[in-house]
Design a protein around this ligand. Structure first.
Ligand code: 5GP
Length: 198
């Protein structure tokens, strides 16, 4: 039996401040068969971010050209900024057998699911809204107005939970990390076993 390597696409979503980026980053420190896709965004770069590592930071005009040319597999306008995933990078990496993780908001996740039916959708949430609010207000990456905007958005995003294949509650960070790694490995192995050739 010869195994054909075919990558699997994972989508991780969850309200702003839930810890999804940190969880994915820490999971990928150990899981070498996975790669996080780098999105394009029109958002202003934060002090601790690097262009080409956290995002490809571009302007609105450049973003609109990508939309017009059909170069984005999904995109969204989120709290005043555009965010999108480059189609070419995702498709090429999947063909190469790489497992790709998109860390994107809910409307983008729904667009991906329509195009790539076997994408596996993971939703990260908190036990209650109060904890999310506390985290978002505490991380000091946005001003008060932006935080309010993101909290409002978070309430809308929590309604999308039901469309996801798996829900991970980030109550205890290490526990959530363990669960995320378990899900990624299990689903990657299932995908690998499905793609066999005699
Ligand atoms: P942040 O500004 O905090 O980096 O991201 C704001 C939101 O946009 C987060 O929920 C993040 O996951 C999401 N996001 C990041 N990249 C993309 C993308 O390429 N597409 C979509 N739809 N959402 C994204």
């Amino acid at each position: 039996m010869k195994k054909i390597k075919k990558g699997k696409l994972f989508v991780v979503s969850g309200p702003s401040g839930v810890g999804k980026s940190s969880l994915v980053k820490d999971a990928l420190r150990e899981l070498k068969d996975f790669e996080k896709s780098i999105s394009v965004t029109t958002r202003i770069k934060r002090d601790d971010e690097k262009d080409g590592e956290h995002y490809h930071f571009i302007n609105e005009e450049e973003f609109k050209v990508l939309i017009e040319k059909g170069e984005l597999i999904e995109w969204a306008f989120y709290c005043g900024n555009y965010y999108g995933t480059l189609k070419k990078t995702v498709v090429e990496n999947l063909k190469k057998g790489k497992n790709i993780i998109l860390v994107i908001e809910v409307s983008g996740a729904m667009q991906v699911k329509k195009i790539i039916k076997d994408a596996y959708l993971i939703f990260i949430t908190t036990p209650d809204f109060f904890q999310l609010e506390k985290r978002l207000r505490g991380r000091q990456t946005e001003n008060v107005k932006k935080i309010e905007e993101r909290l409002k958005k978070a309430k809308e995003e929590l309604r999308y939970e039901k469309h996801y294949d798996c829900i991970i509650v980030n109550n205890n960070y290490n526990e959530a990390l363990k669960n995320l790694k378990y899900v990624l490995i299990t689903k990657m192995e299932e995908n690998f076993n499905e793609h066999t050739e005699c």
